[in-house]
Design a protein around this ligand. Structure first.
Ligand code: URA
Length: 191
């Protein structure tokens, strides 16, 4: 399937009830052959309205975090979510909604073919890395999942709620930068 076919099919998706309340399906943003992919949980209100991941306050913080290690959503990474439509009142996506939606993300990962995946928050890490992933204990640790180096950072919304987590995230970002320089330094040649 091509990117165009995948995006068109996703945007017509009615596999779960979230399609009834969405304004926009939030497909993904960034460089479609990036070597580093970021995966969030699901769209919030601003993302639903604008059709792009991480555009609210959390998104601004994410952009700052990316900038610290030379990453940019329009230049050298791809960003998508576990679920593509906003859960009402920003509740966690249900297991059934995640199951209905995950095929779209798996197809995106298949097209991007990243060397590194960075999960944002516990929910993404439990889907991508392992079901019992503990974000407070395992953030910043790299796991080999089917040949892809996968790690998780605290979700930007969690950092906004509890800024005391920011120093840990800075350490994790520097470790991520080192991993990128080791595995896919060309990431930094893209501008
Ligand atoms: N939180 C997420 O996990 N994803 C978004 O796109 C926005 C907020």
């Amino acid at each position: 399937m091509t990117w165009e076919e995948l995006e068109k099919a996703a945007k017509a998706c009615r596999r779960c009830a979230l399609c009834e309340t969405r304004t926009n399906l939030v497909f993904g943003v960034g460089v479609r052959d990036a070597q580093v992919m970021f995966i969030g949980e699901g769209p919030g209100e601003n993302e639903d309205l604008q059709g792009e991941p991480f555009v609210g306050r959390g998104g601004q913080l994410l952009d700052t975090m990316l900038e610290i290690i030379g990453l940019d959503r329009r230049k050298n990474i791809y960003i998508a979510n576990i679920v593509k439509c906003r859960p009402p009142r920003n509740r966690d996506p249900l297991g059934t909604e995640q199951e209905a939606c995950i095929g779209w993300l798996r197809a995106q990962i298949g097209l991007v073919r990243p060397r590194i995946i960075v999960c944002l928050g516990r929910i993404a890490a439990q889907v991508i890395i392992k079901p019992d992933f503990k974000i407070t204990q395992e953030h910043g640790v790299f796991f080999d999942v089917d040949g892809i180096q996968c790690t998780a950072l605290y979700h930007p919304a969690a950092l906004l709620r509890d800024p005391r987590k920011k120093p840990d995230t800075f350490v994790d970002l520097k470790a991520l930068q080192a991993k990128i320089l080791e595995l896919c330094p060309d990431t930094y040649k893209r501008s």
